[in-house]
Ligand binder design. Structure first.
Ligand code: 13P
Ligand code: SF4
Length: 312
């Protein structure tokens, strides 16, 4: 191991040498968001991955995001700093059980949240993210029966928003189910002038008290454009970095989690597996490298492209 290595300097050097681009999600650690060429929500990251002319895409996010990037741009080398950076929501939808469920409802179209494996995408008619889900569902005929997977909280929220009764897969994100209503109410009593805003992966009781519900970029835009100056934010804590930078004069308070953890807010252990050291090593060795079997990729790209087409 090299002591005192300047990761920022080395990463920038390697990036140039290899014509690499670093794409990072808002849930990444601050240092990674700072060094990234592009930071965004799931949709913006997929759009960037699809159009980049870099030779190497370093995906500072979780596995399903890097896999989607590889499917969209298969001639590029796609790197994920830690191969174990998975997703509890994607894990809550195993392909065999989902295929059996789909078989039981042959008249249904399948709309899936991008937070799922390539195998699940290959079983889908449309992919969506939290920033375009409503638009995509609204584009389908009113009478069309739909299966929505894997997130039951987002699905339930979308059923209310669209007036549909989509059949929901029973999956969830552990980070967005970790918020404590009790602590949130106490916090709100201390800050009655704050607005509660939330990501739609959160549970219905929390969404009920939220003034605004949206994707990570939706939440950022809302705070930036709001007249209010105090917010309680229910999503992964990584978003605070960009939110505080964009709004130095506003008070931003993370919604409290049930379990007391280091930051008393909710953190995604998978997103936080990526570190500057791993980012440096993955660029240096061009590993771990994400591959998607070509038959699988051919099926999975269809619903992803339908989403991108509808999101222009
Ligand atoms: P968005 O950035 O699209 O809102 O996604 C949130 C999320 O949980 C990603 O894992
Ligand atoms: Fe998955 Fe939730 Fe982590 Fe996003 S925050 S990667 S949905 S576990």
């Amino acid at each position: 191991e090299t002591p005192n290595i300047d990761y920022v300097e080395e990463i920038l050097k390697l990036k140039k040498e290899k014509n690499a681009v670093i794409l990072a999600h808002y849930y990444q650690i601050d240092e990674i968001q700072e060094i990234a060429d592009f930071v965004g929500d799931s949709l913006a990251l997929a759009q960037q991955a699809a159009k980049t002319d870099a030779d190497v895409i370093v995906f500072a996010g979780v596995h399903f995001m890097a896999e989607t990037a590889k499917i969209l741009n298969p001639t590029k080398k796609v790197l994920l700093p830690d191969l174990l950076a998975g997703c509890s929501l994607a894990d809550s939808c195993p392909p065999e059980s989902f295929a059996a469920f789909k078989k039981q409802h042959p008249d249904h179209l399948v709309v899936t949240y991008i937070n799922c494996s390539a195998e699940i995408k290959a079983l889908s008619d449309y992919v969506c993210t939290s920033s375009n889900a409503k638009k995509i569902i609204d584009s389908l005929p009113k009478e069309q029966p739909i299966i929505f997977a894997p997130d039951r909280n987002l699905g339930d929220y979308l059923n209310k928003e669209t007036g549909r009764e989509m059949l929901l897969w029973d999956g969830a994100c552990m980070v967005h189910e970790a918020f404590s209503m009790e602590k949130l109410i106490d916090l709100y009593k201390e800050h009655p002038d704050a607005e509660i805003i939330a990501h739609p992966e959160s549970e219905a009781h929390l969404l009920k008290v939220a003034k605004y519900i949206g994707s990570t970029s939706g939440l950022l835009n809302y705070v930036k454009n709001s007249e209010k100056n105090k917010f309680i934010v229910a999503t992964e804590a990584g978003i605070l970095f960009e939110m505080m930078q964009e709004n130095p004069d506003k008070i931003i308070i993370p919604a409290p989690a049930k379990e007391d953890n280091t930051c008393a807010c909710s953190e995604c252990a998978y997103m936080k597996m990526n570190t500057m050291k791993k980012l440096y090593l993955c660029l240096k060795h061009e590993l771990p490298n994400i591959e998607v079997e070509s038959e699988l990729a051919k099926k999975a790209i269809i619903p992803i492209n339908r989403m991108l087409e509808l999101s222009k």
